[in-house]
Unconditional design. Structure first.
Ligand code: NAP
Ligand code: MG
Length: 452
């Protein structure tokens, strides 16, 4: 196989060339991870906490380097990449602190004592996407290692550079050899080995729903543990009684952040019909103020798409779309796509149903609360969503009715390492973040001891 060639999506310059890891190399990594497991699970909890904290601090000390690497490899604006690098350190700190807090229980029973243990699974395979490479890696590496597993991280081949660097920084911080390995190879062969190999006890995946379905079928063979963070087509619901200035100011970030390459993107903007024109005017004004260009420039709000292939995929949705706003974007070199806003009368067009994963917002008007909930839930996805209203009772009614896992009110934010994150329906299986995720990286063991 020829080498993997990586290009800067903003310039198309070649930035790195590296070999594809083979299936045999993945097998060797799995064997090494299994061998390292025995010692890693015996590291005392306080020492595991110390090592993970040192890893977190080492990442923090290299945040600027990691941010620049991420921006050059995947094209996200440097401001976002800096936020991600610091969030990686914070996430590792959170899970360092969780080691001694993921406790079992004692249960009153007749004739003895009953207790539970959270046992590590063994080797876990972590498969990550290209849209937030180092951040997605930390969401999986943190809980996997904190729970006492050894891990193999398989990043998306087009954006492996920050993951490779995280692997080096882990070693530098004193995480023992074999506890965290990064293997860069094609998903369908090298990555798939994590599904097939009997020594890998769990796969944690973030990526497309199509690949997630394939992994679920593959994992069925061995009843392998599997968690999935998949796609979305989330709703940003704006009621007429909302603070329209705040809702409109936040709406561009909710859908155009990271050039729309965000599973949490609120790409369906549901607006109550009585304020449609007023909201659109404000939404368009806020979107027009977004600076699109060189992602290394600190004022840039949006960079390019990740690859020429992905640009072509987004254009299949946006070419010929009847927009109410189309922004400016450089013509090239680089994989540029302008910000677009279009209005749809109902949910029928594919652009309202399918995940575009680009900077395209579909505005869909609704009549009343019931109509908003109906349109929101008329989707096979259910990852995130927002509700903008000044009526507290309405906010509570609507969030309880929404079929989505990660919801915000009068805000478009989704992600905090201390709160559960994940999807309903075809957006996924299991949760990331918070203490809940540790249950997905451990087996619950029950022990009864007779005392009579
Ligand atoms: P993808 O094609 O599903 O790939 C994701 C990862 O899976 C990559 O590392 C890929 O490796 C690997 N992979 C592909 N086929 C595989 C197979 N048969 N066996 C094992 N691994 C395999 O998705 P993507 O194109 O990277 O990312 C875009 C999609 O991910 C979007 O649909 C988006 O919504 C979703 N996503 C969801 C979340 C979330 O949290 N819910 C977050 C981010 C992205 P290679 O690419 O190296 O071949
Ligand atoms: Mg892919």
């Amino acid at each position: 196989m020829s080498n993997l060639i990586l290009r800067n999506p903003a310039t198309e310059d070649v930035i790195a060339e590296l070999p594809h890891a083979t299936v045999e190399e993945m097998d060797a990594a799995i064997a090494k991870a299994a061998a390292a497991g025995e010692a890693w699970r015996r590291v005392t909890p306080v020492d595991r906490t110390r090592l993970l904290r040192r890893f977190a601090d080492t990442v923090g000390a290299h945040a600027e380097e990691l941010a620049e690497l991420e921006t050059r490899n995947m094209g996200m604006p440097i401001g976002s990449a800096r936020w991600c690098a610091n969030a990686v350190a914070d996430t590792l700190h959170y899970f360092a602190g969780a080691v001694e807090k993921h406790t079992g229980s004692t249960i009153p029973v007749a004739g003895g004592v009953d207790m539970t243990f959270h046992e590590p699974l063994g080797v876990v395979g972590l498969i990550t996407p290209w849209n937030f490479p180092m951040l997605m890696a930390s969401w999986k590496v943190g809980p996997a290692l904190a729970a006492g597993n050894t891990a193999i991280l398989k990043p998306a081949e087009i954006t492996p550079l920050t993951s490779l660097r995280l692997g080096e920084l882990a070693l530098e911080a004193g995480i023992p050899e074999g506890v965290l390995q990064v293997v860069v190879g094609p998903g369908s062969s090298t990555g798939w080995r994590l599904v097939e190999h009997p020594l890998v006890r769990k796969v944690a995946f973030t990526g497309s729903t199509a690949v997630g379905k394939r992994l679920m079928q593959g994992c069925a063979e061995q009843i392998k543990r599997l968690t999935l963070e998949l796609g979305g087509k989330s709703a940003n619901i704006v009621f007429a009684d909302a603070d329209l200035d705040r809702a409109a100011a936040a709406a561009p970030g909710a859908v155009f952040d990271n050039s729309g390459q965000d599973c949490c993107s609120r790409s369906r903007v549901l607006v109550q019909r009585s304020v449609l024109d007023e909201f659109l005017e404000k939404f368009i004004a806020a979107s027009a103020a977004w600076k699109v260009g060189d992602p290394m420039h600190p004022d840039t709000a949006m960079g390019p798409l990740v690859t020429a292939n992905h640009l072509a995929a987004v254009r299949r949705y946006s070419d010929g779309l009847d927009t109410v706003f189309t922004g400016e974007a450089p013509s090239g070199p680089g994989y540029w796509h302008p910000i677009m806003i279009a209005v749809a009368d109902d949910m029928e067009p594919a652009v309202c149903r399918e995940e575009i994963f680009g900077p395209v917002a579909m505005v869909i008007p609704f009549d009343d609360e019931a109509d908003a909930i109906r349109i929101c839930n008329d989707s096979e996805y259910g990852l995130s969503g927002s509700v903008w209203t000044r009526d507290g009772s309405r906010a509570l009614r609507v969030v309880r009715a929404m079929e989505a896992g990660t919801i915000s009110v009068n805000s478009n934010s989704s992600v905090r390492y201390s709160t559960p994150f994940g999807g309903f329906k075809q957006s996924g299986l299991g949760r990331e973040h918070s203490m809940h995720v540790l249950d997905h990286y451990t087996e619950l063991k029950n022990v009864f001891i007779a005392t009579e």
